[in-house]
Design a protein around this ligand. Structure first.
Ligand code: F6R
Length: 609
């Protein structure tokens, strides 16, 4: 996720662009840049590694005359945070400039083709190829060139483009990444989100997928990919700034829960080739290495630890590699016996968690290779690990991890499949079925998010309870742990996650009508066993809330409330079953008046022991 912003009008652009970027900073803050074009086609561009303060400091004494420009605040995906990789990017001759939010999936292929045609690149980004594609198509009309260029792109993008030869024209386009136009008086704004220009205009036009907008002077023109004009009237925004930053959602956590299909898809996007084969690079893709693997040890904390627990089933069943999953704060002091045929996978959203980082150092000291699975590009862990795999969830502002958790599952599923392929543990047929199901998960996540009323009603009914038990078996056991963690951290209710089969060995003593039990009971290989556990719970008078498959009418008979999720293959159910649990925790916390984005005593990144 990045923030893009563009302006054309009758005022000096520089300050307006900086103001807009400030309002988009939550979308990314590892580098920033701005480009302004003067009336005679002169341009000034400045890009920095780091946040907006650094950009502003550099700009403080610089004059940037011009009434049109574009700006960007970056959350790195392709290419580390650096000045060279910061936007705006340009073509070979610095005639045109582009800012981009999204991921271009066919970037490697397009880059290769452009190189063959003599283009030279100065960054590692996918964005730069867009500038070069527009350059190739430009014959005096920027709007047409952008349209021709984006036809070649696969993946997601929102772009804003300016050209020195048309120093009043701003062109923008989108597919699957957000883009909104602000309509002022003889001035126009384009941005990733409304807050960027809300203090300057409340009149907006939302651009739809595969639409291109060209603004210049008093004119606005929207077309589709075939150049057919589209009529669209501006709407009036009534939200305040705070609501606008959250795209109209009440809290960042809720917004991030709803971003999960997109985050999951983006995380998969750069890990599969167009032909559907896995394309991830690193020492772990070497056949001899993968064949000699004796064991995977996963280290992580909190929610990332739960993602690790889920992935154990995938690595063991698909790749036939034994897996241990360790809480990093324990692992680092245990004097664990490691060998060079082990592989450590450190999972961390932030890439800065002290205990996980210390575990990476322990492993390195024992000469064990380390893969870091991280969301924040350029974070400490990415510098210390031997290889890095990224989730592409974008910045997570809510303290409780949501979209980064499901994105971790996406990345771990790809890695498990990758190992399964290399170790010949998966037939072509089985690989095909799993890969297809994996790529289908975002659509199913959207289905879960389309029907949240029953979850809110359920929260209403049980929000007064002071204790909850979460149960699951097999792949749903770590989901139960995550459901309990979400509830306790944002609503301050005591909640425990347990493997359902263990209930008889202690926790059953806690049960009575005041202790709701949340049971994750999808139609899988352990379904009957799980139903028996639910019957045991019911016999003790505890209410049962089931997270169950859509095609399971019988579950209603043994549960008080049923929250439905669509069916998929067993090992891929967690990104679906966890969503009702996130939303249940969210609604209960809201009913109890808790601050869900900043729960008490918690920090987003735990850089101390
Ligand atoms: C829970 C949560 C934490 C983190 C944990 C690890 O919602 O956010 O439990 O998962 O602090 O953080 P990372 O993944 O940054 O290492």
């Amino acid at each position: 996720m990045c923030g893009i912003f563009g302006y054309t009008g009758n005022r000096e652009a520089k300050e307006i662009l900086l103001h807009g970027l400030r309002r988009l900073e939550y979308r990314g803050y590892d580098s920033a840049g701005i480009c302004v074009i003067g009336e005679n086609g002169d341009f000034k561009r400045l890009r920095v590694r780091g946040n907006l303060d650094i950009l502003e400091n550099h700009l403080a004494n610089q004059v940037m005359p011009g009434k049109i420009g574009i700006a960007h605040t970056r959350w790195a995906t392709h290419g580390a945070p650096s000045e060279q990789n910061a936007h705006p990017h340009s073509d070979c001759h610095e005639n045109l400039f582009v800012v981009h939010n999204g991921i271009i999936e066919n970037f490697s292929q397009l880059r290769g083709e452009l190189l063959e045609r003599g283009h030279e690149f100065s960054s590692e980004t996918d964005t730069e190829i867009i500038a070069h594609l527009i350059e190739e198509k430009y014959e005096g009309d920027l709007s047409v060139a952008v349209r021709e260029a984006i036809r070649q792109l696969e993946g997601s993008f929102a772009i804003a483009v300016v050209h020195r030869g048309e120093p009043e024209t701003l062109v923008a386009a989108r597919r699957e990444s957000p883009l909104v136009i602000g309509v002022g008086t003889d001035e126009w704004f384009v941005a990733s989100a409304v807050p960027a220009f809300l203090s300057m205009t409340r009149k907006v036009i939302f651009l739809e997928d595969n639409e291109i907008v060209t603004v210049c002077g008093k004119s606005l023109r929207i077309t589709d990919l075939d150049g057919v004009e589209i009529e669209r009237k501006p709407q009036e925004i009534t939200w305040d700034l705070d609501a606008a930053e959250k795209s109209g959602y009440e809290d960042f956590m809720l917004k991030e829960i709803f971003e999960q299909p997109r985050a999951f898809m983006d995380t998969l996007a750069d890990k599969f080739s167009r032909e559907g084969e896995i394309s991830i690079e690193g020492f772990f893709s070497n056949k001899d290495y993968v064949m000699s693997l004796r064991r995977i040890v996963i280290v992580a904390c909190g929610t990332s630890y739960h993602a690790g627990l889920i992935s154990r089933y995938l690595f063991e069943q698909w790749a036939k590699v034994p897996v241990e999953v360790e809480i990093a704060s324990e692992f680092r002091y245990r004097g664990a016996v490691l060998s060079e045929q082990d592989l450590i996978i450190a999972i961390s959203q932030s890439g800065e968690t002290a205990d996980t980082l210390a575990s990476v150092r322990e492993a390195k000291a024992a000469k064990v290779p380390v893969i870091a699975l991280v969301n924040v590009v350029g974070s400490q862990m990415t510098r210390e690990a031997d290889s890095v795999i990224y989730t592409h969830a974008g910045p997570e502002i809510g303290v409780a991890a949501t979209k980064t958790f499901t994105s971790q599952m996406a990345a771990l599923a790809v890695l498990a499949l990758h190992f399964g392929r290399i170790r010949d543990a998966l037939s072509d047929g089985k690989y095909g079925v799993i890969a297809e199901a994996l790529r289908g998960i975002p659509v199913l996540m959207k289905d879960v998010l389309a029907d949240i009323e029953p979850i809110a009603e359920c929260a209403q009914e049980y929000s007064h309870c002071e204790n909850f038990l979460f149960l699951g078996r097999g792949i749903s056991y770590p989901v139960a742990l995550e459901g309990a963690l979400k509830l306790k951290e944002i609503s301050y209710i005591h909640a425990e996650g347990y493997p359902a089969g263990e209930m008889k060995h202690g926790p059953i003593a806690l049960l009575d009508r005041r202790v709701p039990v949340v049971a994750v009971v999808t139609r899988d290989s352990l379904y009957e066993k799980m139903v028996s556990n639910i019957e045991e719970v019911k016999a003790r008078g505890a209410p049962v809330i089931a997270i169950a498959s859509t095609g399971d009418p019988d579950i209603e008979k043994v549960c008080d409330r049923v929250l439905r999720v669509p069916e998929t293959i067993e090992l891929l159910s967690p990104p679906l079953t966890v969503i009702p649990l996130q939303l249940l925790a969210y609604h209960i916390a809201k009913i109890r008046g808790c601050n869900v984005d900043q729960p008490r005593n918690l920090a987003k990144t735990v850089t101390v022991e």
